[in-house]
Design a protein around this ligand. Sequence first.
Ligand code: AMP
Ligand code: MG
Length: 494
Amino acid sequence: MHTLETLPFDNAFARLPSTFYTRLAPEPLPRPYLVAASAEVAGLIGLDPAELTRPEFPQIFAGNQLLPGSEPLAAVYSGHQFGMWAGQLGDGRAHLLGEIAGPGRGWEIQLKGAGQTPYSRFADGRAVLRSSIREYLCSEAMAALGIPTTRALCVVGSDAPVRRETIETAAVVTRLAPSFIRFGSFEHWRATRQMDTLRQLADYVIDRFRPECRDAATPYDALLRDVGRRTGELIAHWQAVGFMHGVMNTDNMSILGLTLDYGPFGFMDTFDAGHICNHSDDHGRYSYKSQPQIGHWNLYALGRALAPLIGEQGAVQAAIEESYAPAFERHFMDLMRAKLGLTQALPGDEDFIGETFGLLQDHHPDYTQFFRQLGRLPAQVDEAGRVAADAPLRDLFIDRAAADAWLGMWRARLGAEARPDAERQATMQAVNPKYVLRNWIAESAIRAARSGDYSEVHAVHACLSRPFDEQPEYERFAAPPPEWAAGLAVSCSS
Ligand code: AMP
Ligand code: MG
């Protein structure tokens, strides 16, 4: 177990040429205090959980004291924002401290909100308490759901004012990931026609994270296929759990296929395929139903960037078409079958899953509750007991007849597989979360935190670290939005 002083830094990204970044120290934040910290994430880097309670901890993760061995830097990248080329962006408010060598893979540690960098453009380099708590809670909730994501070690707050739509207070969230390299990191070197640098970045990613691509006949082609497959699987997972990222710009797309840059994300409450979780997304480019095609679009942006390394355009197109959509479809079907309690792939499953989304779209039940309650129903019912047995699911519908008709189809499909009820119900509860980070839950934790009470942040974190378990003490977090939350809106402002 390490102390803060003995964390074994080995900063591979900082050993790349200085064209990739600017070295600079974080900007101090006055009187930082700890809002929340994760012992589990500390464990990923071998940090003794007792270290989280040291007085130095908030100073270090506010950026006021440097960890020995760290070499802080901000990386440059570019990207497409809302479908338009945005040119150079970069870590405008992120400081990469370095990488902790681990027994398996290393973990990079990054402060988000620790002040301006050469890539801040006209912004202040800060993050607010609200968005930092959202990123912290959602990173950890996604990890517990089994969805690839960057992790969050802690949130440190300060009373320093930060101007957004209103005056808020500053915070820093500390993130961990094997790498924060984005699609936009590659687009940057392609757009500035620096092909040697582009190749160097691709080699770095392959050598460090995807050594199997090196053995392929065409390594860069293999890398694009790897990203295509992982991105397809990632977005399949988002769709299955009802997660909307909100800002799928290419600068927010991880080259490792992780969920990256939590902003105006949302989890589906009452189902609506057209739901737009980002209030600033006027045209719904990043609506729930658009996410799969946006993933595809983003891969083409990456493919154009990698094209000089891969060769002809035909090869780029083949790499994307043979990786992304097949991976998405395969993974999405597998995840949906599991959510429905089905183990075998049978002809007609696509139609049945389509019918299921049709039912959800027509009747708007709560998405999370729909699957959770379905997992409680028996495979067989007699007519006399049916209404009582099906009540957990039927009660989510105003039109009970529509639910009954669909349940008839579901039972017919279940009948094609013989599995004991108890076993099927247990496996369904293990894939259909009871608890997700609904906006209203994040908001209520944020409101308490603003008045200095962090207990709700800790409670939400604890609850969402076991999203599939019944937790009677947190029953309140399983509820759909209460009336006060009806008008909640989240925007790009963070
Ligand atoms: P985002 O929409 O948060 O992914 O950010 C897009 C770009 O704007 C990235 O280059 C960020 O680093 C930068 N950015 C966002 N907010 C700030 C801020 N408050 N200060 C400096 N840069 C920012
Ligand atoms: Mg971003």
